[in-house]
Unconditional design. Structure first.
Length: 141
């Protein structure tokens, strides 16, 4: 397990917490598959499927937040979106590396060194402020 849900920060919007919780599940499954694949206990095909699921989930996660930030005029939208855009560029590079080489070590290292620390910090900072702002407008979305 790469990220423990118990240690993951919560924000003021339950829908964002639900999205984060689901993403942690996906990240952990992808991470475990990559680790097992490096050890010869998992297939490349399974890592490939989980990577696609992860990439789609991140895109939907970011899109959801960005739509709410735009809708309600969040003051730090450009900065928050900029962080999302940086991660999407990184993920495009990882996806290209994966498609070229199919090396599970690449996925494992990216998740350990970059994505896991980034998502925790991002939720503690950007998402916390964003959710607090949005909670003034959004209750059941």
């Amino acid at each position: 397990m790469l990220i423990r849900k118990e240690d993951f920060p919560k924000v003021a919007l339950s829908k964002m917490n639900d999205i984060h919780s689901n993403e942690i599940d996906i990240v952990n499954r992808l991470y475990e598959a990559a680790v097992n694949c490096v050890e010869g206990k998992e297939t490349i095909e399974n890592v490939d499927l989980l990577l696609k699921e992860f990439l789609q989930d991140v895109r939907e996660h970011f899109s959801f937040e960005q739509e709410l930030m735009e809708k309600y005029g969040f003051f730090a939208y450009p900065m928050h979106k900029g962080e999302h855009d940086n991660v999407l560029r990184e993920l495009a590079s990882i996806e290209k590396l994966w498609n070229d080489k199919k090396n599970p070590e690449t996925i494992k290292e990216y998740l350990e060194r970059y994505f896991a620390p980034w998502i925790i910090n991002h939720v503690q900072t950007m998402d916390t402020v964003t959710a607090m702002f949005l909670s003034n407008f959004v209750h059941a979305e």
